[in-house]
Each structure stands twice: as C-alpha cells, then as structure tokens.
Design a protein around this ligand. Structure first.
Ligand SMILES: *[C@@H]1O[C@H](CO)[C@@H](O)[C@H](O)[C@H]1NC(C)=O
Ligand SMILES: *[C@@H]1O[C@H](CO)[C@@H](O)[C@H](O)[C@H]1NC(C)=O
Ligand SMILES: *[C@@H]1O[C@H](CO)[C@@H](O)[C@H](O)[C@H]1NC(C)=O
Ligand SMILES: *[C@@H]1O[C@H](CO)[C@@H](O)[C@H](O)[C@H]1NC(C)=O
Ligand SMILES: [Zn+2]
Length: 511
C-alpha cells in the first residue's frame, strides 16, 4: 500500500503508520485505517506539507468559510463557475468573495505567458487604435489588419486599400458600436461559445486570426514599448511581481516602414522593464523565452536555435531560453525537430528549454510523445502538460527531476481540451502534490486579466473543497522556485513576496 517514492510524504506517512501499528500492537481498526488514509491524502496534496502559523490559520479559516459557503450555494443553484465556460462564468467570478481575496493575494510569478496576449484588449481599442497614423484594412480574406504609417502603408494583393482609422471612424454611424465590434474581433469572447466554436479547429482558427489582426498594432515601435509596460502594469495590479514571456520577437516597425532587428526588441523589453522597476520598486522584472512556431521546417528551427544561443550570450539576464509555440496537434512534434534541438548540446552550449508539450487530447499519437521528448531534452518546465496523467512513467520521471507543469486552466477550457474544469487532469496532479505552477497563457484573448481568474479556477474547481491556503501558498512559492531567476534573485524575490504575504495574511485574518 505504501509507495516508496522519493518524496517526503511517503516517508512521513510510513513513519506515522509504523508508529501507530507498533503503538496499538495489532492491526488497525477500520476507523483508524480510515483516519490514516485521510491524513495521508491530506499530506500528499499540493501544499499538504506546509505548516501554517497562527495568523495564517486564522486567515485560512476565514477563507475556507467563504469558499465552503460559495461552493454549497453552487451545489444548490448548480451555477458553479469552474463547471461553466469562462465566457459565461466571468461575471459570476467577478462577484465572488473568494475571487476578491485571490486578487489581493501576492501570487508570485506568472511563468507561462505569450507576448501579444497579455494586455487587455480594451486598452488596444481605446488607446492604441486612437493614436495618429493608424490605418485599417479589410483584407480580401475578410480579416482586419492594422498598420501605422505616414503617409500611407504599402498596399498588397491581400490589402488593396488602407484607410486612415480617424477618417473611417468619422464615417461610421456609431463609433461605440464600431469600437465594440473591434473589441469582439480582438478576443475569443462570445456569449455562445459552444455554438460559435463547434470544435478545436474552429476556435484555433479564430485564435490565429486574432494574432494576425492585433500584430500590426503591437509591433509599431512606440506601441510595442507601451504594450510591454502596460503588461507589467496589469500583472502588477493583480499582485504578480515577475513574468516570463514567450516572445516571437517579430520585427518592430517605425512610421517610415523601417524595421528593427531582433536585438532591438530584446533591448526594448529590457529597457522598458528597467523603467517599470524604477517606478514600481517591488516588481522583480521580466524575462523572455525566445519562441518560434513549431510548424516550421527543422532547418528553419535550427536557425532559430542559433539565434536563441546568440541572444542568450548577448542578453544573459533577459533571455531565459527557447520554446516552440503554436498548436501541437497540427504542428511538428519535438521529435521531428530533434536535429535542431540537439544543436546546443552538441556544441556544448547551455540553452534552457521551456517546451509546450502535451497540450492535446489525442493519446498515443506522435504529438502525444512531446512530453517524453521535452523531458529527454532537459526541459526546465513543461508548458501545459495536459496529457501528463496518461503517462505514468513520465509523471514519475518529471517528479523525480522536479520539472513542473505550467497549468493554464482557462486556456485549456477555451481551446476545448476540457469543458468542466473540475475534470481538468491537474486535479490528480494537485492531489498528489506534483510540481506545478499556475499561469494564464493569453488572458487578454480569453477576456481575462492578469493571473487571478486562473487561480480562482484552480482553487475552486480543480482543487475542490480540500484546497486551502496551504495550496495557494505552495503555488505562489512554486512560481518563485521554478522561475529561471538566479538563486540569489530568487532569495530576494522570496523576501519581497514574504513581506507582501504577511501583510495579506494580516488583512484577511482581521478583516
Ligand atoms: C494612451 O496611453 C498613454 C499612456 O500609456 C497616453 O500617454 C496616451 O495619451 C494615450 N493615448 C490615447 C489616444 O488615449
Ligand atoms: C451607439 O450605440 C449604442 C448601443 O450600441 C447606444 O447606446 C448609443 O446611444 C449609440 N450612439 C449614438 C450616437 O447613436
Ligand atoms: C470583425 O471581423 C469580421 C470577420 O470575422 C469582419 O467581417 C468585420 O469587418 C470585423 N469588424 C471590425 C470592426 O473589425
Ligand atoms: C541533458 O542533461 C544531461 C545531464 O546533464 C546531459 O548529459 C545531456 O547532454 C543533456 N541533453 C540535452 C539535449 O541538452
Ligand atoms: Zn502557451
């Protein structure tokens, strides 16, 4: 019955049970066995090993009272946000007192984010599209594109006509309606997700269209810098102090059409982050994980790997490593890219990997081997790892190597891997205390903001009634522990986080 795994809890449980057996000198009664099993599960779960101080215990009681009240209410009404699609659950989550506490909670770091999905789209519409020289084009394919230029952008077959947005707005009947329709085109949000997104292809297709639509806005140099700043602002306001961003580093352009190179973009991230830290002293900073699209040819990816190696040499404090992004099911497998991905090891260069892997429902396919190959390539973390539970050997291996999964529940639901988040596979991982962090992937595209909505889904839905303050504390600690900061930086971060945590606990305990 007792596993002989490497982790602390099994040893601890063994001692407990052994002590009990010798104390009673005979076999345990059913009640005793029941208690031992319950205790064992409690210690196994994520955060189960943490011991709370008196203040934390008091805060935990308050938090759990609210949580149990909300869950019991949901059991009556059957309106339980984690069981509903996020687009319809969001207004209920906004009213939740538990959510309010999660927003105040210092959450540590967000480690799985993408460059152009992290600032609320409202900001793009109400601020960016109102800047001078913004042009719009309705392409022949029916997609909307934007470009800042003076006098006008160059036309192409796809974009035969660019219209100055200022002029276009003057001609539309109702500007509010027009702006709302822009906003709709910038996110996946709809009141009828099941009808609009009949399958994964449908939702990924719109997802890709959004990236293409907003790309022209975000890659205009002045906007790019403001976007990076604004992204830190939104996460900072959500009590997140450090971010690791998967960045494609696509060319940033000027009004004249001049394009900057990839190093300019990295320097941009670095300078803006430094500026942000000056005015927000507790903010730790950002790092970027250079990423290319997994659907590209292996020879192209080999070039990207060399670029990543160069960037890491030139910007060792900014560039954390490399990842392959894009939909796994329709892209190339990691195994396909093996020749490219082995270049650093062959050259004796260290290039940390942060692979997306196992973001799939299809078991036993070549894509389903991505978690295996990510681990073989020494990945630092596993992006999503949604399929990890189907691979017990890989689960054990990743646990032994302390390679965490980056769980992004709202993303998984919106992109149709799972509908009721109580059924998210991370429930098992949480129950067994598997190394994990929580992140939000592309919150702006899902109509979310920052990190708190995903924390809510994890705390209420995936973790269920048993997840408590210990779980939350462990997740925050994990986000620091599994970041790619240096040990000394982690210690500084932990101290800053701890100070905020104590303040948060005092607030919850007394309020
Ligand atoms: C957009 O926001 C910036 C600050 O981030 C501000 O300086 C600028 O005036 C705003 N522009 C518009 C058009 O709202
Ligand atoms: C524009 O449409 C909104 C509703 O979509 C309406 O509330 C508003 O009054 C309209 N504005 C004008 C100027 O017609
Ligand atoms: C929104 O997207 C649709 C295509 O999905 C397009 O027909 C429409 O013109 C777009 N509207 C705006 C204001 O961008
Ligand atoms: C993975 O790590 C092992 C042990 O440090 C090393 O021998 C191996 O070369 C690494 N593999 C890759 C692909 O980096
Ligand atoms: Zn992702």
């Amino acid at each position: 019955m007792l596993g002989n795994g490497p982790s602390g809890w099994s040893a601890l449980c063994f001692l407990l049970l052994a002590a009990a057996v010798s104390f009673f000198g005979s076999a345990l009664s059913m009640d005793e066995t029941r208690e031992h099993l319950l205790t064992k599960e409690k210690m196994m779960q994520l955060g189960g090993q943490l011991v709370l101080n008196i203040k934390e215990e008091r805060a935990n009681e308050k938090l759990m009272t609210l949580k149990v009240t909300e869950m019991k209410e949901a059991m009556k009404t059957l309106l339980f946000p984690p069981s509903m699609h996020f687009f319809r659950a969001k207004h209920l989550i906004d009213r939740s007192q538990v959510f309010n506490i999660l927003r105040m909670m210092p959450k540590g770091a967000a480690l799985h984010l993408h460059d152009i999905g992290i600032v609320t789209m409202d900001w793009l519409v109400r601020n960016v599209t109102y800047r001078p020289h913004c042009h719009i084009c309705f392409t022949t394919k029916g997609i909307v594109q934007f470009r800042f230029a003076h006098p006008t952008p160059r036309t192409s077959e796809e974009c035969p006509k660019w219209i100055l947005l200022e002029d276009y707005r003057r001609r539309v009947q109702n500007v509010t309606d027009f702006d709302d329709s822009l906003l709709r085109n910038f996110t996946l949000v709809t009141q009828h997700p099941e009808v609009i997104y009949t399958d994964q292809n449908a939702v990924w297709s719109k997802f890709k269209t959004i990236f293409s639509t907003i790309s022209g806005l975000i890659h205009y140099a002045p906007v790019f810098r403001d976007y990076v700043f604004q992204s830190m602002q939104e996460f900072y306001e959500d009590n997140v102090l450090y971010m690791e961003i998967r960045a494609r580093l696509l060319p940033v352009y000027e009004l004249s059409g001049e394009q900057h190179d990839i190093q300019w973009s990295v320097k941009g991230y670095q300078e803006v982050a430094e500026k942000f830290v000056e005015t927000h002293p507790e903010f730790i900073g950002i790092k970027i994980i250079y990423s290319d699209h997994r659907s590209k040819d292996v020879t192209v990816i080999a070039g990207s790997i060399r670029t990543a190696m160069g960037l890491r040499t030139k910007f060792p404090t900014v560039v954390a490593g490399f990842d392959l992004v894009g939909r796994e099911d329709t892209g190339h497998s990691l195994h396909y890219h093996n020749r490219a991905l082995m270049i650093p090891a062959k050259d004796g260069v260290k290039l940390p990997y942060f692979f997306h892997a196992g973001e799939t429902d299809w078991q036993g396919t070549s894509i389903d081997k991505n978690i295996l190959d990510a681990l073989m390539l020494n990945t630092t973390r596993i992006g999503h790892g949604f399929a990890l539970n189907k691979h017990p050997a890989l689960r054990a291996y990743s646990r032994k190597k302390d390679v965490p999964v980056e769980v992004c529940p709202i993303s998984n639901q919106v992109l149709k891997l799972v509908s009721d988040l109580r059924n998210h596979p991370a429930a098992t991982l949480m129950a067994t205390g598997h190394p994990m962090v929580i992140s939000s992937d592309d919150p702006a595209i899902f109509g979310a903001k920052g990190l708190s909505y995903d924390f809510y889904e994890v705390f209420m839905g995936i973790g269920g009634m048993k997840a408590d303050l210990r779980t939350l504390k462990q997740l925050a600690i994990n986000s620091i522990k599994y970041s790619s900061l240096l040990e000394t930086e982690k210690n500084t971060f932990m101290a800053v986080w701890k100070k905020r945590w104590d303040k948060f606990i005092a607030h919850v305990a007394t309020d």
